[in-house]
Design a binder for this molecule. Structure first.
Ligand SMILES: *Cc1c(COP(=O)(O)O)cnc(C)c1O
Length: 378
């Protein structure tokens, strides 16, 4: 089989019986929306994350939108967001007529930092959306401290880091997505906890916010046919919950498998000066949604072509800074953020999933190594 960025076929083959049994349970019950299987997954996820409330919804973008809707912000309020992220993070801000203030990220974690956030705060700033990109947590302890100092809401975009843990200086350990006022995630099939369609969830420890989030996700409804606020219709269906409830049991195992691949890549690339391998922040674990290299000396695109010729896929997440996207032109101040620019030109993600064989890994490593032997800088 051709090498893939993510191998969902083999993963399914290993858990097929459990998945099929769970889906059959939904089919037999005919409870396709809500129902016992959805409820079981919701409770299991809340227990796994150690968070009080889990509100499931239709996808990770909706999760972000609903989270921001629950904060009662006003048009023109500023929300700080990294410029180096997937479009969804900033899109929902603009969609709600809030102002996305796109900021730079740290070169090592490739995430926003408390210092970067603090420098962007104005009297209109109301919230910040840190993203735990590629599975590496942002420095949440410092970010929460800055947010508290300035009275800002924090919504964690945890679409790429479910299962990652942050250790605070007092020794407390918390999962990403449960540290800010609200956390969101996506269950898109290729995410670390992915379903077989679309799905998402929202997390909070705050009872008042939880009630609001629940209401907004369900047509602003407080009780059947009584609508208190303008909401939306965003649901995780029971068949997806049936898949997720099986995969949740294996999530830590999956994270370990990803780390094993990452460790092997690290060891193989340690001698290649022109590759910067992913940084592991001391304050967190890394769950390697992506294994993302920074390729130096302008060689990224040539490496990508070389790998493709060898049948090895690789991806650029993300090739265009948000402020350079046509849709966000009106939010572009004209300033080019140096690290965001640098990352858009250097990042390259290699195949990363839970089913990587020694043979495939060796092939990829050889492909990368071969490129630098052919293209050695002198
Ligand atoms: C995948 C992703 C989303 C959006 O999730 P969907 O389920 O595709 O809507 C948002 N933010 C980040 C960082 C993502 O990677």
């Amino acid at each position: 089989m051709a090498i893939q960025m993510v191998d969902l076929n083999t993963q399914y083959a290993r858990i097929q019986d459990e998945i099929n049994r769970n889906i059959q349970e939904v089919l037999d019950s005919a409870r396709f929306i809500g129902g016992p299987v959805l409820e079981r997954f919701r409770q299991n996820l809340a227990a796994y994350l150690d968070v009080k409330h889990v509100i499931t919804c239709a996808n990770g973008t909706d999760a972000l939108q609903i989270a921001l809707m629950a904060l009662d912000l006003h048009p023109g309020d500023e929300v700080i967001v990294p410029a180096h992220t997937y479009v969804a993070t900033a899109e929902v801000i603009a969609l709600l007529r809030l102002k996305p203030v796109m900021v730079d990220v740290d070169r090592r974690t490739m995430n926003v930092t408390a210092e970067i956030i603090e420098a962007a705060i104005t009297p209109k700033t109301k919230a910040v959306v840190p993203v735990h990109l590629y599975g590496q947590a942002a420095d949440m302890e410092a970010i929460m401290r800055v947010a508290e100092k300035h009275g800002l809401f924090v919504v964690e975009d945890n679409a790429q880091a479910i299962g990652a843990e942050v250790t605070f200086s007092d020794g407390t350990v918390r999962k990403t997505g449960t540290i800010g006022h609200i956390g969101t995630t996506s269950f898109f099939p290729s995410k670390n906890l992915g379903c077989y369609g679309d799905g998402g969830a929202i997390f909070t420890d705050d009872d008042v916010l939880a009630q609001k989030l629940q209401m907004i996700a369900n047509h602003g409804q407080s009780k059947k046919y009584h609508h208190d606020v303008i909401g939306c219709n965003s649901r995780l269906d029971a068949i997806q919950a049936a898949v997720l409830d099986v995969k949740l049991k294996y999530l830590d195992e999956y994270s370990a498998a990803r780390n094993k691949v990452a460790g092997a890549y690290d060891a193989a690339f340690a001698g290649i000066d022109e590759l910067i391998t992913p940084y592991r922040a001391p304050f967190s674990t890394h769950v390697f949604h992506q294994y993302t290299l920074q390729v130096q000396n302008g060689k990224r695109d040539a490496l990508k072509v070389h790998l493709a010729e060898k049948g090895i896929p690789s991806m650029i997440y993300y090739p265009v800074p948000l402020y350079k996207q046509k849709a966000f032109a009106s939010y572009h101040t004209g300033e080019l953020l140096p690290v965001t620019e640098y990352l858009s030109e250097t990042v390259l993600s290699l195949p990363m999933h839970t089913e990587m064989t020694e043979e495939t890994l060796a092939e990829i490593v050889e492909g990368v190594g071969g490129f630098f032997e052919l293209n050695a800088s002198r």
